[in-house]
Structure formats: C-alpha cells, structure tokens
Design a protein around this ligand. Structure first.
Ligand code: HEC
Ligand code: HEC
Ligand code: HEC
Ligand code: HEC
Length: 179
C-alpha cells in the first residue's frame, strides 16, 4: 500500500511538473524557427512567410492609415495598443513575460503565432518526432476546418479593415507545406 502511495505521488508530481513546464513555454522568435526551415527540401517556410503580409503585420500598425483608424477609436498609438497588437502579433493578448530575449513583436504574425510558443519543441530530436513536438507544445490542427477556425480568430469582423475571408483562397496565398 505504501509503495503504491509513493508511486502515485511520484506520478502526480511528474504530471504537475510537465504541465508547469508546458505552460511556461516561451516564445523564442522567428530566428529560432527559420534557422531550420529555410531549405528547398524542408519547404522554404521562412521565405514564404517573409513574403506574406503576416511578416509586416506589426509595421502596418505604424502606418498613417493605422494611426487614423486608431484615432477614430480613441487610441493614440496603435503599435502600442493591445486592441490592435493582439491580432497583429499573436492572436491573443500579448504577455511580455512569455517572450524570451530574442522574441520581437515587430515580426508581426509569426511562426509561433500559429504553431505555439517554441522553447519546448525547438530542438532537433523533438522536432523530428511529430508526437514529441506536440507533447512539447507544438499546436496540432486536426483538419482544415480547425485551421480555418484559427485563421478566423483574427480574420473576422472585429478587424477594423475586415475583408470577407474565403479560407481556400487565402490559405493558397500563405501555405507552406513540406514538399
Ligand atoms: C533544430 C532545427 C529546427 C528548429 C530550430 C525548428 N524546427 Fe521545426 N522542424 C524541424 C524538423 C527536422 C522537422 C521535421 C519535418 C522536416 O523534416 O521538415 C520540423 C517540423 C516542424 C513542423 C511540422 C510538424 C509536423 O510534422 O506536422 C512545424 C509546424 C515546425 N517544425 C515548426 C517550427 C517552429 C514554429 C519553430 C520555432 C519555434 C521550429 N519549427 C524550429 C527542425 C527544426
Ligand atoms: C494572429 C492573427 C492572425 C491569424 C491567426 C491569421 N492571420 Fe492572416 N493576417 C493577419 C493580419 C493582421 C494581416 C494583415 C497584415 C498586414 O497587411 O499588415 C493578415 C493578412 C493575411 C493575408 C494577406 C492579405 C489578405 O487579406 O489577403 C492572407 C492571405 C492571410 N492573412 C491568410 C491567413 C490564413 C490563411 C490564416 C490561417 C491559416 C491566417 N491568415 C491567420 C492576422 C492573422
Ligand atoms: C480581430 C483582429 C484584428 C484587430 C483587433 C485589428 N486588426 Fe488590423 N487587420 C487584421 C486583419 C486580419 C487584417 C487583414 C485585412 C483584413 O481582412 O481585415 C488587418 C489589416 C489591417 C490594416 C491594413 C489594411 C489595408 O487594407 O491596408 C491596418 C491599417 C490595420 N489592420 C490597422 C489596425 C488597427 C489600427 C487596429 C487597432 C485599432 C487593428 N488593425 C486591429 C486583424 C485585426
Ligand atoms: C498564419 C499561421 C501560420 C504562420 C504565421 C506560420 N504557419 Fe506554419 N503552418 C500553419 C498551418 C495551419 C499549417 C498546416 C498544419 C497542418 O496541416 O496540420 C502549417 C504547416 C507548417 C509546417 C509543416 C509542413 C508540412 O507539410 O509538414 C511547417 C514545417 C511550418 N508550418 C513551419 C512554419 C514556420 C517555420 C513558420 C515561420 C517562418 C510558419 N510555419 C508560420 C500555419 C502557420
């Protein structure tokens, strides 16, 4: 009986630790991802993303148009306002406590916005193993409907410049599969 209690305690502590470690994953920033995702063989995710508007999403908040939109909502500086930054960076409230020193909000809607904070899964032995990556925090999308739902987390009418979002057309413009 005592042995069982000890084992259960160990399991409980282990699970609690894992949960803690998971919830404390940090955002490592684009450099930490693109270093391994640039080659033709891997699918050139870095270049595809860099060319997409997502990489410019923060810069957009410094434009005259953004400042004008913000003004009409009583916001002085859109590039510092959480109401604008949430969709132009992570798709959720931006918490600097979760950023490691190389993470830069100026990189806009970036790899970890859609794939999850990467400090836990960024190493080669984990990345090579899909199941391990997911266990370490890589976000898994069950199917296309799940991907579409995630896009609409930002591409929706709460966007002051909302344009009708047809998933298939827009996905075509930014998808970056491994060949
Ligand atoms: C040390 C190299 C390395 C780093 C750093 C790295 N990756 Fe990977 N990643 C890989 C490898 C290898 C694979 C396996 C697929 C392949 O061979 O291209 C992979 C697979 C993936 C996959 C596909 C998982 C699947 O099978 O569905 C995603 C998504 C991904 N990486 C995102 C990221 C993101 C986001 C970051 C930054 C937080 C990152 N990677 C950092 C090497 C790396
Ligand atoms: C975190 C919020 C967020 C998420 C999630 C997101 N986007 Fe975006 N997306 C933006 C923002 C912000 C812009 C505008 C960037 C700019 O022009 O500065 C944008 C622009 C785009 C553009 C280029 C302009 C356009 O409207 O055609 C495409 C294409 C696009 N997104 C597709 C997608 C797809 C597909 C998904 C889901 C896989 C997705 N986005 C998920 C925030 C997001
Ligand atoms: C709900 C998510 C969301 C919020 C909140 C949001 N944006 Fe955006 N923003 C987007 C998306 C997605 C796009 C891409 C175009 C589209 O479909 O709306 C975009 C595009 C833009 C553009 C480029 C539009 C163009 O046609 O040139 C500007 C400027 C902009 N946003 C400013 C702002 C400002 C300023 C705020 C804060 C007051 C803000 N956004 C808040 C999601 C959002
Ligand atoms: C707007 C959201 C978004 C952004 C930004 C984004 N991705 Fe993805 N990525 C996705 C989605 C959605 C998938 C498809 C996942 C699936 O099919 O399960 C994907 C797939 C991948 C894959 C797997 C390809 C395959 O076919 O196995 C890799 C690797 C990857 N992304 C790496 C990156 C890297 C590196 C960056 C940054 C340079 C990045 N992604 C930026 C949403 C995004």
């Amino acid at each position: 009986m005592r042995k069982l209690t000890v084992i259960l305690t160990i399991i409980t502590v282990f699970v609690a630790f894992q949960t803690l470690a998971f919830s404390q994953n940090k955002y490592i920033g684009k450099k930490g991802c693109i270093m391994c995702h640039t080659t033709e063989k891997s699918g050139k995710q870095a270049a595809i993303w860099q060319k997409s508007n997502h990489s410019q999403a923060y810069t957009t908040l410094t434009s005259d148009k953004a400042i004008e939109i913000a003004k009409s909502k009583g916001i002085a500086n859109p590039a510092e306002a959480k109401e604008c930054l949430e969709c132009h960076t992570l798709g959720k409230t931006v918490d600097p406590a979760l950023f490691d020193s190389k993470f830069d909000i100026k990189d806009g809607v970036q790899c970890e916005t859609c794939h999850g904070a990467g400090s836990g899964y960024k190493t080669m032995p984990i990345m090579k193993d899909k199941a391990k990556s997911i266990a370490a925090g890589l976000i898994e999308y069950k199917d296309e409907a799940a991907i579409e739902a995630w896009c609409k987390n930002c591409h929706n009418e709460k966007s002051p410049t909302y344009k009708d979002f047809v998933f298939k057309d827009r996905w075509e413009l930014i998808k970056h599969p491994k060949p």
